[in-house]
Every structure is written in structure tokens, then in C-alpha cells.
Ligand binder design. Sequence first.
Ligand SMILES: C[S@@+](CC[C@H](N)C(=O)[O-])C[C@H]1O[C@@H](n2cnc3c(N)ncnc32)[C@H](O)[C@@H]1O
Length: 217
Amino acid sequence: MPSSAAAPQRVRDRFRAKAQQFDDLYEDQRLLVRLLRPGLLRRRQLAVDTARAYSAPGVLDVGCGSGRIGEFVLEAGASRYLGVDFSEPMIELAEMRLGRFGERVELITDDFLVTPIEGAFDIVLALGLFDYLPDAGRFVARMFELCAPGGSLVGSFPAWSLLKGPVRKVRYEWIGDCSIFNYTGEQLESMLRGAGFDSVEVLAPGRSGYLARARRG
Ligand SMILES: C[S@@+](CC[C@H](N)C(=O)[O-])C[C@H]1O[C@@H](n2cnc3c(N)ncnc32)[C@H](O)[C@@H]1O
């Protein structure tokens, strides 16, 4: 397993190499892909539902990828969308997808933990991100700082499952040389509350893990 110091570089390399392949998953209608990836559309729906619960929210999308979720939250009324991702090809895809929203969109190519970010956001999205983070607590702490009072963090978190766990381990760690991390409901609750969020909804896991929404009071 790679060391945690090497992990961010390996994750970055992975999403540099596989940006288009990841983006294509959203269009893939094959039954097997749909069965293996039910979480992709569910997490996007939670982001949209949360955006609709605010009036013209400002949204920070950490690990925004190719802008597939950004597109939907902008259509749901976000007044400002800042996407951060350290994979250049992902940001290029996001630029193409989100160009039509004009000045409401800003994209930063950098590591979320080090890049300067101005402002406080009504919604912080972290979808498909925590799978790859050896230091999830540091990310959650920064997300809390950037979340406005009354704002929400929406995150997805993989859980170990007998069905998908071993397959993911072989695909990512043995073949892909990229560590992945799993969470329990208790861990999530304690990590999110520990960062300062005061109401935490951990939604029941499907095969692909948890969706959580935490609110800053
Ligand atoms: C599985 S993709 C999810 C993309 C998007 N959120 C979605 O759900 O469609 C995870 C993304 O997180 C990005 N990422 C991982 N660690 C990051 C970090 N420390 N800073 C910025 N981006 C990061 C990767 O480059 C990748 O594009």
C-alpha cells in the first residue's frame, strides 16, 4: 500500500489519467455499470436537493471532477459555484461543461488543502472524494471553516462491503496503486461533529457507502 505522503500524488496521477473515463460513467447505460455505480446518481440528487433548499446558494465543490454535479446545482439555482480539483484534465472537462453558466462559475486547479479560497459558502460538496483521503479529518476541518453559518456540507463516504470491498481493493490498490479508505457511520458522525458541525444526517448505506449531510449552526 502506498505511504500516506505519496497518496495525494497517486490520486492526482490517477485522475489525470482517467478523467475522461470517469466522466463517461455518467453516460454509461450498461446494466452492469449502473448496478456497480448506483451511488453516482444518488449523490448528485442529494446535492441538487440541498441546493434547492437554499435561495441562490453559493457552492464550493471540493474535488469537483468534470463538473457533472456542478452542472446540476447551477441549474438548481446556485448563484456562485467554485470547483476545486487538482487534476488538470478534470478541470478542462469542467470548463467545457460549465462554460455556459458564465461568471457564476470559477474553477481552481490545485490541492484543496493548500489553495487559497475566499469567502464562506452555503453548501460545500465533497462527493466521490473521501474514498481517496488518508487525512479526511484535515479536509473536513477546512470544509467547516469555509462553510457559512447555516450552511451544509454534503459528502459521500464509501463503506466496506463484502460484495464490493474486495473488488475495489484489487482494482485500486493492487492494480491501480492508489489507496482507498472506508468509513463507518460512527466514524462519520464523530469526524463531522468533531470539526464543529452540529447536525449530522448519515443516510443509510447502499452498496456504495454513506451519504451524509452536516449543518453548521
Ligand atoms: C471520483 S472524482 C469525483 C468528481 C466529482 N465530485 C463527481 O462526483 O463527479 C474525485 C475527484 O477528487 C479530486 N481530488 C482528490 N483529492 C483532491 C485534493 N486533495 N484536492 C483537489 N482535488 C482532489 C480528484 O482529482 C478527482 O477529480
